[in-house]
Write a protein that binds this ligand. Structure first.
Ligand code: F6R
Ligand code: MG
Ligand code: MG
Length: 368
């Protein structure tokens, strides 16, 4: 008999926030929870968990309908739409911001929300970590995913655990060109780093086991709003799911990369480079210069699809020093003001107001 598969779907959107782009209003969270609760009672979902990370509403859902399922995506879309209606009623900021289409068309991909989904046979014990970031973009996961699954200085298991010794396969996407490529690590490490070191162009979409059936063990959301809308409508605050333990990186190895607050693109107006600060849910709220960018890590144990948890990992004091370093980096970078590398290079600002300005001034530029 085929073993039962569980799907973990994390679908998120910014459908309006207060004050400005800071927080999701509690009434929106209530609406989202009621909507997913109803779906549980109707047997569509097994379980759910709704949280806010900054101005992003995050729907964490389990079911048995597989990835890219239209019923699940419609549930997410309808839930976001209801929340957006409430956001409009409350005159929240950016109400309905990430819902770029007028009506649902079968799959939320390409319609604004960010999506990360994993389908797998639940192991004897199934620990997963869901990462959710605000004020940054999908490429922000490149550095931590590389560290977790490929760097022996981060993940001792790559050396010590015979089940991890062969390494992992990485699926890398070029989002603009809509192309993908597989790299087998450690053999292809140097080649892959050439690409993923440019996270605005290349993103790690997924990681696969080499042994067994080569299943996906990590997946990220790679939706780019600007590519959908053709203009800047907000950063693509991404999510990422990572399965852990027993031949996969341990939970502590999965969290370890965030002890170094690496620099990511996003922050104020989606146009600045800044440190990704790991925080607990209570601190998942951008303030200074609309940031600095934040990341939350929620741990769950799956029990026949039920979400046992969460554990709010970055609330732990072990990440205090990472936060302190992030604040120090923020102090330094802020002093640079409108100068690169604090402000992103021009080519990464092509979907902001810069092209408009360049067009306006075009006639004033004369030959040297
Ligand atoms: C970044 C972000 C904010 C806004 C900024 C300006 O992802 O959401 O930093 O870009 O607050 O917002 P508007 O243009 O809406 O006034
Ligand atoms: Mg917003
Ligand atoms: Mg956001």
């Amino acid at each position: 008999m085929e073993k039962e598969k569980i799907t973990l779907s994390v679908i998120k959107a910014d459908v309006g926030s207060y004050t400005g782009h800071s927080k999701v209003h509690p009434e929106l969270l209530d609406i989202a929870r009621a909507s997913l609760q109803e779906a549980c009672e109707q047997g569509i979902l097994i379980d759910y968990h709704v949280v806010a990370v900054g101005d992003d509403l995050e729907l964490i859902m389990t079911h048995q309908k597989g990835t890219d399922n239209s019923e699940i995506h419609k549930l997410a879309w309808d839930t976001f739409s209801r929340c957006a209606d409430k956001a409009k009623e409350l005159k929240l900021y950016g109400a309905g911001q990430d819902l770029l289409a007028d009506a649902f068309s079968g799959n939320v991909r390409g319609m604004g929300p960010g999506v990360a989904e994993l389908e797998f046979v639940e192991r004897g014990s199934e620990p997963v970590v869901v990462f959710m970031a605000d004020k940054t973009e999908p490429g922000a996961w490149n550095y931590p995913l590389f560290k977790m699954f490929a760097d022996p200085f981060n993940t001792a298991g790559l050396i010590i655990d015979p089940k991890m010794h062969k390494g992992f396969v990485f699926e890398v996407h070029n989002l603009k060109e809509k192309k993908k490529i597989l790299f087998s690590l450690p053999e292809d490490m140097y080649t892959m780093l050439t690409f993923i070191g440019a996270p605005s162009e290349y993103c790690i979409k997924a990681v696969y086991r080499k042994d067994g059936d080569g299943e996906r063990v990590a997946v990220s959301s790679t939706e780019k709003l600007a590519f959908v809308a053709g203009r800047y409508v907000g950063k693509d605050d991404p999510v990422c799911i990572v399965r852990c333990q027993s031949g996969l990186p341990a939970v502590g190895e999965v969290l370890e990369p965030f002890a170094t607050p690496h620099l990511v693109a996003g922050w104020m107006r989606g146009s600045h480079c800044g440190p990704l600060m790991p925080v607990g849910l209570a601190d998942a709220m951008p303030t200074r210069f609309d940031g600095p960018p934040r990341v939350v890590a929620l741990g769950f144990q799956l029990n026949h699809g039920k979400l046992v948890g969460p554990v709010d990992f970055f609330a732990d004091r072990a990440f205090d020093r990472a936060r302190e370093l992030a604040n120090r980096l923020a102090d330094y970078l802020r002093r640079l003001g409108p100068f690169e590398p604090h402000r992103l290079p021009s080519e990464q600002m092509e979907y902001t107001t810069l092209p408009v300005l360049l067009k306006e001034l075009d006639a004033k530029f004369t030959d040297i």
